[in-house]
Ligand binder design. Structure first.
Ligand SMILES: Cc1ncc(COP(=O)(O)O)c(C=O)c1O
Length: 396
């Protein structure tokens, strides 16, 4: 078979993505993260990034990264379990545990890796996972890697979770793990973790929450979903990311000392992929400095969120189920969402259209990510452009 023939199927798939309008054209930034970006050469208002607190280009983080490079170099040059654990990593883990009020924490190279490490370390082919039907791709992949049976329950529906557990509890599984996203990244709704905890507690099942979009956002001063629901000490595993509100890159698992120790022994991305880099680790420590010093950025994020959502609703837009800074603007069909996003971009606003398969058919939307880095003028400008394009396309 010729080299060309071997990959013909990929060309066909790409062609069909283009034809169906589902080809993902990736835009390029040539500016730092912030309220405004230079994207594909154009200055645009940024409604796309997960830079909730504006920390990605914060002077304190940049200085910490620069100083750490001077002192310790750049790369880790080893996996954590061989020669890659620096005192900086352990300091970040101690500080994260203290910030979140848990016994211990362990860091990974990303939130995605944290899930790939954690789930297969907790359950295997003799076990069962109860998973919210809208859980993130990294939970789905981590669950598949574990080889446990995966049983989905309806989105944010504790009653349905209870139902599927009752249906399956006598199937002879050795262990059971309930997993939910904390904040759902496409809808911006928050898992009913208090109710889910009650169920996990009743059955004695392990409970894991992935708080990627709640870390630095929910709870007192951004301490996350467990703090938000006052469930300290009750959730076995709290996965987080340092790549969104923390403004850097990395993942974290916070919880009981025993679980964290086990992940140091059995978390495969910890054992077989190099450690977080020096500047990333130092910058994450600097994020904690900012968060521990003041709640100012978290407060501003929520003020901005309240204002933008209120005004969008007043304009007649449907912002779905969101109760967080993730603000979906529900539009229905994918071509309309794409056209809306294109027109916004022409008007100087960068807001992503999201359609099938990321969200169900008929539920396409524009997703607006609010940040503490937006000021009043930015938000008003965004609202004005949404109103203009919304009227033009007959949405409002
Ligand atoms: C729920 C959830 N988990 C994990 C991740 C992955 O985090 P990271 O970007 O740090 O790999 C994301 C990011 O999109 C997420 O939304």
């Amino acid at each position: 078979m010729s080299a060309q023939t071997k990959i013909q199927w990929i060309e066909d798939e790409l062609e069909s993505l283009h034809e169906s309008g589902l080809f993902n054209t990736i835009r390029t930034l040539s500016s730092p993260q912030g309220a405004w970006l230079r994207v594909d050469g154009q200055k645009v208002l940024n409604f796309c990034s997960n830079n909730y607190l504006g920390l990605a280009n914060h002077p304190h983080l940049k200085k910490a990264a620069q100083d750490a490079i001077e002192a310790l170099g750049v790369g880790p040059a080893a996996v954590r379990s061989i020669a890659g654990t620096m005192d900086l990593h352990l300091e970040l883990e101690r500080r994260m545990a203290a910030f979140k009020g848990v016994e211990a924490a362990i860091t990974f190279q990303s939130g995605f890796n944290a899930n790939l490490a954690t789930i297969p370390a907790l359950v295997d082919q003799e076990d069962v996972i109860y998973s919210d039907e809208l859980n993130h791709a990294s939970i789905i992949d981590g669950s598949r890697l574990s080889r446990a049976r995966i049983i989905r329950y309806f989105h944010c529906d504790p009653q349905d979770l209870h139902r599927v557990i009752e249906e399956n509890k006598d199937q002879g599984y050795k262990r059971a793990l309930i997993i939910t996203d904390g904040v759902f990244s496409m809808d911006g709704d928050v898992a009913p973790l208090d109710k889910i905890y009650e169920i996990a507690d009743t059955y004695g099942y392990l409970l894991m929450v992935d708080d990627a979009h709640g870390e630095g956002v929910l709870g007192r001063g951004g301490r996350g979903i467990v703090d938000h629901y006052h469930l300290h000490g009750k959730v076995d595993v709290e996965v987080g990311t340092l790549s969104k509100a923390f403004g850097v890159v990395g993942g974290v698992v916070a919880g009981k000392k025993t679980v964290v120790e086990w992940l140091r022994q059995r978390g495969r991305p910890f054992l077989f992929s190099s450690a977080m880099t020096v500047p990333d680790t130092a910058a994450c420590l600097a994020s904690l400095d900012v968060l521990e010093k003041s709640t100012e950025l978290v407060d501003r994020l929520w003020e901005n969120t309240g204002y933008f959502k209120r005004e969008m609703k007043n304009l007649g837009f449907d912002t779905g189920l969101s109760t967080t800074p993730i603000t979906p603007i529900m539009l229905g069909e994918a071509p309309l969402a794409q056209q809306f996003s294109r027109r916004l971009f022409e008007e100087g606003v960068f807001a992503m259209a999201i359609g099938f398969p990321t969200v169900p058919r008929g539920k396409a939307r524009i997703r607006v990510m609010i940040s503490a880095s937006h000021n009043q003028e930015d938000l008003d400008q965004g609202l004005e452009r949404f109103e203009k394009v919304g009227k033009e396309l007959g949405v409002i």
